[in-house]
Design a binder for this molecule. Sequence first.
Ligand code: CUA
Length: 337
Amino acid sequence: MRNKKPFVHVSMIALVLGALAGIVAYFGDWLPAPASREAGRIWFIFWASTVVSIVIFAIVTAAILYSVVKFRKQPDDDTDGPPIHGHTRLEITWTIIPTIIVLLLSVASMIVLHKNSNAGTKPLKVDVVAQQFAWAFTYPSGLQSGLLRVPLKRPVELHITALDVIHSFWVPDFAQKQDAVPGQTFRLVITPTRLGTYPVICTELCGLGHSVMRTAAIVMPAAEFDTWLADQDEKLAGPPGEAGKTVFANNGCAACHALAAAGAKGTIGPDLDKLPAAAAAAGVPLDEYIRESIVEPGKVIAKGYPANVMPATYAQLPKDQLDGLVDYLAASVKEGS
Ligand code: CUA
């Protein structure tokens, strides 16, 4: 009986500690709930590791607390402890158990990594280009968008690269991160499982605008996504004015610029309705001035606005989309003036 008592006491303390740590882990608002199949698998590994950590924490801390209280040196006790050296069985135990745990977690992680890189047979391929300080998403039809729209439950294969410095693509709800490196293209597979709008964040310090290098990933029902894509392609193939309006909307121009024709009220960049005056001041034809401002945003900086704020990603718009945008802007501001 005498030998069983410490075991019972340590177990009881461990249960209390484990329960407390479990409550903190379970009820804490640590991470967003997974919104993709890949994120769900990562969550499984995350929680498996957390449970193992809590169990080890509880047992070790309980043994320490028990020993500190129980074997505390009495004020009048000057004796030495018993001459013990080693305990083979104990040492084998605490070597084998962690080895098994680490092996199991490693194998499970390998399986998850392997599964998460499998895009199936018919993924939706989207090119992702990062540049100071914006994201551009290009669909197979050539449609470029500043927002990442994806269908529910269909694997999306992102091909991620950068134009200038290293950036990193991250949607917390999708749990995966992938660096965007100039000159290299990396794959990332995402199979959304929950409808909604999630933040896309650049998670690699890339310059002054790093903290604002954000956009959104929008998960849509598959049928709605197909309709949207077909509709966009139709608009882009339509008359230049219509196509340009779509390009303007898709690339988030309204977030920074005001344009009466589009009901845009952004104030970060120059008011586009003042383009005719700016072109006249520069002595350049309006169309040419607009094109130049999109492709080479640093060439003429409007008075009162800082340089290097407008990303140069729009220079990569497919030619027809760029032409459409220039036409649309020129026509809109001419009507307005
Ligand atoms: Cu791009 Cu930080």
